[in-house]
Ligand binder design. Structure first.
Ligand code: GLU
Ligand code: MG
Length: 435
C-alpha cells in the first residue's frame, strides 16, 4: 500500500483515549454516511484494556460515521506515511445519534446552551505535556536550552499543527523538565472539542517520529510538574460580539457570565469526576501548583477553580475577555469536559445564581472560617471522592443520559479498582505509559 492509503476513523471514549479503526482510502469516500461498525462495549474500556460493566456485551453495535470537517492529513514526513484521521459521530444502525457517545454528550449540551441563551460557545484548550526520551542534563525551565535541545520537535510540531489547521498560536517550554505547552486560538461549537483531540494526536505523532514519547498524563511522576488541560472560554452573541464581557459588570463579567461562573463554582466538586477523571488526576489537582484545589472564583488568580483571565489586549477587552477553568486534564475526553462545563454553567444561568466573591491568592492560605464565609469548598482528594460527590448530586448526574452515566461511572470504578494498592510511583507510571 502506498503512502496515505489508510484513513483512521477516530473517536474519543469515556477515558479520553482516541480509538480508531482504519479504512483504506479507496473505500473511505463510499463510507461518508455509513462509516464503520463498532461494538459499543469498547466504549467502556479502561485505559488498561479491561472492560467496565455494561449492558451491551457482544450484541450492541453502532456505526462510527465520519464528520467531514474534522478530516486531517498530516504529511510532513518523508520517512513515514501521512497521519490521516477523521473524527466520527456514533450513530445507531438506523442513522440516529447514539446518545451514549461522548461527541453526542457535548453536541446536546451545546444545543441546549444555544437554545436557552441564544449564544454561541467558544473555547480553547491549553495542552501541557512532557517529552520522554530526551537525553542529556535537564535544561532550566523556559530556557533556550529547553527548546533547542529538541529543535526538530519544535519546528516539526509548528509545521504539523499548521497543516492540521487548528489555529495554533504558541509552542513553548513549560515549567517542568522537558515539559511543553501548545496553545491554539478559540474555536466555536463542535470544533472547540474536536480540535484538542486532533492537536493531541498530532503532538504525539511528531514526538513519535523523532523517537520521543509525548505524555499528557496529569502527573508523570509524583514529584514532577503536572500537566493541565486548562480550558479558556467565552460566548458570542448573534452579532459576533463577546457576550461574556460587560465593562460595567464585576471584573468585566456580563450578567450571563456571572451566572455561568456561579454554576461552575457550585458544581466544580462534582465536575471533577468528569474533568479530572482518573485516579492519577488527584496527584495533580490540589493547592500550590496552579492546578486548583478549591471550588472558587478569582480574577487573574491561577489558584482559583475558575478565573477571569488577564486580557491579551487591554485596548480591546471585548474581544479578548475570557474565562478559564483549570481542573481539567487530558485523562478526560474534551467532549465530556466541555459538555459538563456547559451543563454546570447553564444550570447557574437557569437558577440565576449570583457570582461568588473573588478570592485573592491561594484559597488554602485562608482560614477554614474565611473559606466557609466565602462559600469556598475543597475539591475532592481522589477519584473515589469525586464520584461520591457526583453520585450524591441529582443535578450533575442527570447531565448524562442514565445509561451513559452508569457506564461512565462503571469504567471509572473499574479504574479505581485497578489502581488499588499501587504506590504513587507505580500509578504515575501506568498512566504515563498510556496518556
Ligand atoms: N502545570 C499546571 C497545571 O497542572 C499549570 C501551570 C500554568 O499555569 O501553566 O495545571
Ligand atoms: Mg501552562
Amino acid at each position: 500500500m502506498s503512502d496515505g492509503d489508510l484513513v483512521l476513523l477516530a473517536w474519543s471514549d469515556y477515558v479520553g483515549i482516541t480509538r480508531v479503526r482504519g479504512l483504506v482510502s479507496r473505500i473511505y469516500p463510499k463510507r461518508m454516511t455509513t462509516g464503520i461498525g463498532w461494538a459499543v462495549a469498547g466504549q467502556v474500556l479502561t485505559p488498561f484494556d479491561d472492560l467496565g460493566p455494561n449492558p451491551w456485551g457482544s450484541m450492541m453495535e453502532v456505526r462510527q460515521v465520519p464528520v467531514p470537517e474534522t478530516h486531517r492529513k498530516i504529511d510532513i514526513w518523508s520517512d513515514a506515511p501521512p497521519l490521516e484521521m477523521v473524527l466520527c459521530d456514533a450513530r445507531t444502525l438506523d442513522g440516529k445519534q447514539w446518545e451514549c457517545g461522548t461527541r453526542a454528550f457535548y453536541e446536546n449540551a451545546l444545543k441546549d446552551f444555544r437554545e436557552e441563551t441564544g449564544l454561541e460557545f467558544m473555547a480553547a484548550f491549553e495542552h501541557e505535556f512532557q517529552l520522554l526520551g530526551v537525553d542529556g542534563p535537564d535544561a532550566p525551565p523556559f530556557s533556550i536550552e529547553h527548546v533547542r535541545k529538541v529543535p526538530h520537535f519544535m519546528s516539526d510540531l509548528a509545521r504539523a499543527l499548521n497543516q492540521a489547521d487548528v489555529d495554533v498560536e504558541s509552542i513553548e517550554p513549560e515549567f517542568g523538565v522537558n515539559q511543553f505547552e501548545v496553545t491554539t486560538g478559540p474555536a466555536t461549537g463542535m470544533a472547540a472539542a474536536d480540535n484538542p483531540i486532533i492537536v493531541r494526536e498530532v503532538i504525539r505523532e511528531v514526538a513519535r517520529r523523532l523517537g520521543y514519547r509525548a505524555t499528557f498524563t496529569p502527573k508523570p511522576t509524583p514529584e514532577a510538574v503536572g500537566n493541565g488541560a486548562h480550558v479558556h472560554f467565552s460566548f458570542l452573541d448573534q452579532e459576533g460580539n463577546n457576550a461574556t464581557y460587560d465593562p460595567d459588570g464585576p471584573g468585566g463579567a456580563s450578567e450571563v457570565a456571572q451566572h455561568f461562573i456561579a454554576g461552575v463554582v457550585k458544581y466544580l466538586p462534582a465536575l471533577c469526576a468528569y474533568m479530572a477523571s482518573s485516579p492519577v488526576s488527584y496527584l495533580r489537582l490540589g493547592p500550590h501548583h496552579w492546578a486548583c484545589g478549591y471550588a472558587s472564583f478569582g480574577i487573574q488568580n491561577r489558584e482559583a477553580g475558575i478565573r477571569i483571565c488577564p486580557s491579551a489586549d487591554p485596548s480591546n477587552q471585548s474581544r479578548s475577555f475570557n474565562l478559564e477553568v483549570r481542573a481539567p486534564d487530558a485523562t478526560a475526553s474534551p467532549y465530556i469536559v466541555l459538555g459538563s462545563l456547559i451543563r454546570a454553567g447553564l444550570q447557574g444561568i437557569r437558577d440565576a445564581l449570583p457570582m461568588p466573591a473573588a478570592v485573592e491568592g491561594d484559597p488554602s492560605d485562608l482560614t477554614e472560617a474565611q473559606r466557609s464565609d466565602m462559600g469556598i469548598v475543597a475539591l475532592p482528594g481522589s477519584l473515589e471522592e469525586a464520584l461520591a460527590v457526583l453520585d450524591a448530586d441529582e443535578v450533575a448526574r442527570s447531565w448524562m443520559p442514565e445509561l451513559m452515566y452508569q457506564c461512565f461511572v462503571g469504567v471509572k470504578q473499574t479504574e479505581i479498582t485497578l489502581a488499588k494498592g499501587l504506590t504513587d510511583q507505580d500509578l504515575c507510571e501506568r498512566y504515563r505509559n498510556v496518556y
